[in-house]
Design a protein around this ligand. Structure first.
Ligand code: IPD
Ligand code: CA
Ligand code: CA
Length: 264
C-alpha cells in the first residue's frame, strides 16, 4: 500500500484544484440542475463537474483504486484503497452564495480512513490528517478546545432534507438548547467536524450524515483529540455522528440520548 502521507498529498492536490474550480464557477450564475430526496435537496452542475474532475484526477494517478462520490456511479477497484468524496459539501450555501462550502476527500485502506482533507473553498483553509499523524489547518497542528462544562459548550449540528426527520431534529434541539451555550447550523457537515478539531466548536452531532460528509472530517477531529462515535457505543455512521472534546463526550451523549434522536 502507498503510505497515508502519499495518499494525502494526492488528496490535497486534487481537493485544492476542485476548490478552485467551484469558487471560480461561483462567479457566474449557479442554478439547480436536479433535485434528489426532496425539492430542497439540490444538486448543481458544478457539484457534478467538481466530482468528475476529482474522479478523473484520482483514477488517472491510481487506476486500481475504488471511488465513492456523492453524485456519480461507484467504481470498484482492486487495490484496497477507496476514495470517498463530497465534491461540494454545503450545496445550499453554495447556491445562496453563503461563504462556507467545502470539498471533502477521505482515503480508506481496508475500510479504515487513513487520510483526509477538507478544503473550505471560499476561505482557502485546508484541514488535513493522516491516521496516527495528527491534524493540521494550513499545515499547522490543531487540537480540540479544552472545554469541559456542557453548559458552556458551543454545539454544531445539521438537519436532513426529509420533513419527518426534521420534525424530530427540531424536538431534539428544543431539548438541548437550554443546556448548552448555543447551537450553530453552519450548513457544511465536514466543516462542523473540522471546527471541533480546531476548537471553533466544542461538540457536533448530526443524524443522517453520509460517509462522504464525515469521512475526512471524522479523521481530522479524532486526530485533533476529539472523541467520536455514534449513540450507545456505536461507531460513527449515517445513523448518528457525534464529535466532542474528550471531557464533553459522555455528558453530551447522555443529553442527546435523552432526547431519543433516532425516532425518525
Ligand atoms: C449537507 C451538509 C449539511 C448537512 C446535511 C448534508 P450537501 O451536504 O453537509 O451541513 O446538514 O445533512 O447533506 O448536501 O450540501 O453535500
Ligand atoms: Ca455533503
Ligand atoms: Ca455534496
Amino acid at each position: 500500500m502507498t503510505s497515508p502521507e502519499e495518499l494525502l498529498k494526492l488528496a490535497v492536490d486534487v481537493a485544492e484544484e476542485a476548490a478552485q474550480l467551484i469558487v471560480e464557477r461561483r462567479r457566474g450564475t449557479i442554478t439547480v440542475a436536479d433535485t434528489k430526496s426532496t425539492v430542497t435537496d439540490v444538486v448543481t452542475a458544478v457539484d457534478r463537474e467538481s466530482e468528475e474532475l476529482i474522479r478523473a484526477r484520482v483514477l488517472r494517478a491510481r487506476p486500481d483504486d475504488s471511488f465513492l462520490g456523492e453524485e456519480g456511479d461507484d467504481v470498484i477497484g482492486t487495490s484496497g484503497v477507496r476514495w470517498v468524496v463530497d465534491p461540494i459539501d454545503g450545496t445550499v450555501n453554495y447556491l445562496y452564495d453563503l461563504p462556507t462550502y467545502a470539498v471533502s476527500i477521505a482515503v480508506e485502506y481496508g475500510g479504515e480512513t487513513v487520510a483526509g482533507v477538507v478544503v473550505d473553498a471560499p476561505k482557502g483553509e485546508v484541514f488535513t490528517a493522516t491516521l496516527g499523524g495528527g491534524a493540521f489547518a494550513d499545515g499547522k497542528p490543531i487540537q480540540v478546545s479544552g472545554e469541559t462544562d456542557l453548559a458552556k459548550a458551543l454545539v454544531g449540528t445539521g438537519f436532513g432534507y426529509d420533513p419527518a426527520r426534521r420534525q424530530v431534529q427540531a424536538e431534539v434541539i428544543q431539548h438541548l438548547i437550554t443546556k448548552v451555550r448555543d447551537i450553530r447550523r453552519i450548513g457544511v457537515g465536514a466543516i462542523d467536524l473540522c471546527y471541533v478539531a480546531c476548537g471553533r466548536l466544542d461538540a457536533v452531532y448530526e443524524r443522517g450524515l453520509n460517509p462522504w460528509d464525515y469521512g475526512a472530517g471524522a479523521l481530522i477531529a479524532a486526530e485533533a483529540g476529539a472523541r467520536i462515535g455514534g449513540l450507545n457505543g456505536a461507531p460513527v455512521s449515517p445513523e448518528m455522528s457525534i464529535a466532542a472534546t474528550p471531557a464533553l463526550f459522555e455528558p453530551f451523549h447522555a443529553l442527546l440520548a435523552g432526547a431519543d434522536p433516532l425516532r425518525a
